[in-house]
Ligand binder design. Sequence first.
Ligand code: ADP
Ligand code: ZN
Ligand code: ZN
Length: 724
Amino acid sequence: MKIARVALDVPLTRLFDYSCPDALSAPPGARVVVPFGKRHLVGVVVETAAATTFDPGKIKAIARVLEDAPPLPADWLALMRFLALYYQRPLGETVISSLPPRLRSLRPLPREDRIFWRVAAAAPKAIDERGSTRKEQLLAKIESQGLAEQGTLLSGQGKDRAAERIALRALAKAGWIENAVPVAGTRFVPGHPLTPTQVEVVEALRARLGTFSPFLLHGVTGSGKTEIYLHLIAETLRSGRQAMVLVPEIGLTPQLEARFRSSFPDASIAVLHSGLDDSTRTSGWLRAARGESGIVLGTRLAVLAPLPRLGLVIVDEEHDSSFKQQEGLRYSGRDAAVFRARQAGVPIILGTATPSLETYSNMLAGRYTLVELPERASPGARMPVVRTIDLKAEPEQQGLTPSLVRAIEARLARSEQSLIFINRRGYAPVLTCGSCGWAASCDRCTARLVMHKSDQRLRCHHCGFEEAIPRHCPQCGNVDLHALGRGTQRVEETLAERFPGARVVRIDRDIARRKTLAETLDSIRDGRADILVGTQMIAKGHDFPGMTLVGVLNADSSLLSTDYRAGERLFAMLMQVSGRAGRRETQGEVLVQTRYPGHPLYAALARHDYAGFARSQLAEREVAGFPPSVFEAALRAESTTLADSMAFLRMAAELVEPPEGVRIFDPVPHVVTRRAGLERAQLLVQSRTRPALQGFLQAWNDSLFEHAPRNLRWHLDVDPIEFD
Ligand code: ADP
Ligand code: ZN
Ligand code: ZN
């Protein structure tokens, strides 16, 4: 009997044995439909065998082999095995959750693929994303995919489908779209002649193409890292290989995608992120998997796409915490990218102005090669001057010190732009009653409700709960409620009052719609805005030519945090925001309002001294026994009572005797203990060596699956980074 071991997304840790009828061919990597209980499920054959350890009489047969997409290659299955093992998740869940949504479903892919459309030159320039007509919607969809397979464009059934086909034909007739074949077009349009330093870096990296070599590309903000990526991608395409480019949040940086498209006008670029609709994402994934797309550009999930001709891996802003998945398979997209580069025997570039301490220590240990861009690329551009404003010497008025106000005035007088950075959205973080001390808090979380003035709501930033702002105190009836502290909305209001002639705009996550965001970004770039108020959303990647001042409010709170990573995060964030100032000829200035003007973190920031900061942090972590000097995993529990969560963790700590060199710490409640009605606690496990930790985790995880109570949610997080 031929046996196929099939990965299924069911909450059991093992693979499932099915017999393979002689008429079917289901080698490892085949997507198959199998009976499971009363249902049918899509699974992936992970291995085959000649016999089963189960009762052969009870083994069911594979129902069908799906051939609408290429089978999953062996190196992809190896990646899945690695991820499942390392992050302690069932292989079935890992395999199935790594497929794009359409390949997990029983619904077959549309048969009409292999006809491709792209937007033609005669199409109108401004394509409205939310256009109302069918034609507008189709056009926008084709535009967003670059090259769209017809099958993914026809979403409806029956009549709708027919109407969509008619609309496509009409668009083609109008000359707005045209057929195209995905080819590995390698034409490259460079943005700038490279600076001598850029040339050196490109040469150093180019020499390593075709071998596994991890690089840390440490380049200051505005040093032209993107230009380096583009040159190496060009080389990769010319050699007939594919490039994988991972970025933190592509939705926030539409101009990055545009830059890739204009640099490689003939290439098929597959864009992959979770904001895409299912069919678009599946189409991009398939073009990557068939080797048709020369460039795969996406967020962390793009690291899970098969690339048969992988030649280069790039992780931009490698320090960014969004590369770590925070649910299910809690993988690090960056670390998975390193695995893939090693597996494929190709270089990987980890690019950033502020390397993560993990990456930096890998470089110091000689595992990664350092290449540096110490200066800005644009002619005449220098690093901004960074100064602190002592809040003890200069009292603030509504959050702004006189020095900062004068600096903004000076920019307005010269028609230059200012950015006021405050990493808290909403109007005020606390709404309180002056007479009885009541403060609005979330019933479901250990957290205050944040006041949002524009729509008169109170919102919980942890669970999403919201309600109307009360007219009077729910406790004593007093109508005199005070908004304490400030967020972006309040700063925006203050600035608009203080500078009545100035055009003030705001960017934070409450600007929900992509279009509003894109418009606001355009208005800043074109000089139609004078002052921008924003959160960390604007800290990264953006190039605003006219911005010469950055003011930083409320940064101190991170200095006082108990989270040992807070300093690293604050430094990176401030470096990134500072990076928005003075990216052209005019000298930029950064003013940080603080109660601790002498703090070493601000001093290092003023010197643009990442290396010094990193070394001192690494030394502190070494002494305190924190990563990266040790390896770590967290076991977390959530249940309706804190007592249950803690009891589970105490039980878990006793389950498996840790080997020499592995240490289990006492369980502790999270800082935000209750979230969305669940009480949360965690315990940490540490070891000086990764193999020792991994060995223990495997035994422990098996035991946890066996002994955990059913009514309690728990998970293991390997290399955890968030501790809220
Ligand atoms: P980074 O990603 O390192 O912050 P970018 O790649 O966004 O930097 O480049 C910063 C700015 O410098 C951009 O406006 C870019 O067009 C410009 N730039 C990059 N390389 C050059 C170059 N060789 N000559 C002139 N300008 C350049
Ligand atoms: Zn009251
Ligand atoms: Zn809440």
